[in-house]
Design a protein around this ligand. Structure first.
Ligand SMILES: C[S@@+](CC[C@H](N)C(=O)[O-])C[C@H]1O[C@@H](n2cnc3c(N)ncnc32)[C@H](O)[C@@H]1O
Length: 247
């Protein structure tokens, strides 16, 4: 959690996991989230009295409010390339439930944590990442969102800030399945409503246990608290999406 602004006994905070901004009574906020805030984040910017929020203003949705100190977008704390390697069990959970025919592209492969597990079961796997450092597994310097390579299937754990773009782009270039490991909250949000209405989402496999996904793979105090799910789009599927649980 990151506090963005404080006015009239309320705080506006950014949920670093979902990137959602919310106003909440300061006392309730502190009670609920104190353990999730780092020291830096507690340094709240104060707002001059003339900018204090009126009762009416507080009822206006964030998107329509005037922004004073608002930091829209991603926190500086977020890993710049969003490198959060997938633990082996995360990929295995997918491969145990879904079969893939033809070629597979892991289009944001990072250090290959996911690709290497897929390769244990499939031969035709291509891996790439936008990064160019020596830790990258597969082809370096490939910005997925700027490519137009065609594959049968695309499987990845995309950078969360571009999750929607990755899904949309994948749906253009994969002619069989798209499997994305995403935060469960990807299901909500107005901007994604249209995407779900207009795409062949087949199954959402929800992890009952939190997957140990950490920034650069390094465990910290507040990491690993997020609920993830595999979202599977299938170009041959015409029904409503199904929810299943991974125990
Ligand atoms: C959440 S990590 C997942 C890494 C890997 N897929 C895994 O599951 O272990 C996201 C990866 O996306 C890469 N990435 C970010 N933007 C990208 C882009 N536009 N095109 C390709 N890769 C990108 C990052 O460098 C990072 O390695």
């Amino acid at each position: 959690m990151k506090i963005l602004e404080e006015r009239s006994g309320c705080v506006k905070y950014l949920d670093l996991d979902t990137n959602e901004e919310t106003w909440l009574n300061k006392k309730i906020f502190e009670k609920k989230y104190k353990h999730l805030i780092t020291e830096n984040h507690l340094k709240m910017p104060t707002v001059p009295q003339e900018q204090a929020m009126t009762k009416e203003e507080r009822n206006i949705p964030i998107s329509k409010q005037k922004k004073h100190h608002s930091i829209v977008g991603f926190s500086k704390d977020r890993e710049p390339s969003d490198f959060y390697p997938t633990p082996r069990e995360g990929t295995i959970a997918l491969l145990e439930r879904e079969k893939f025919e033809g070629s597979i592209w892991e289009c944001a492969s990072g250090d290959g944590s996911m690709s290497k597990v897929i390769e244990e079961q499939y031969k035709d796997v291509y891996s790439s990442d936008v990064r160019t450092d020596e830790d990258v597994y597969g082809e370096k310097g490939i910005d997925f969102l700027k490519t137009n390579k065609k594959f049968n299937n695309i499987i990845t754990n995309p950078p969360y800030r571009y999750a929607k773009e990755f899904v949309e782009h994948s749906l253009k270039y994969a002619d069989k399945k798209v499997a994305m490991l995403l935060k469960l909250v990807f299901l909500e949000g107005k901007s994604r409503y249209q995407l779900f209405q207009n795409s062949p989402l087949k199954t959402v496999y929800v992890f009952c246990k939190r997957l140990p996904i950490y920034k650069k793979g390094i465990k910290t105090k507040n990491s690993g608290l997020i609920c993830y799910a595999w979202f599977i789009w299938d170009k041959n599927y015409e029904g409503k999406p199904i929810i299943e649980w991974i125990l």
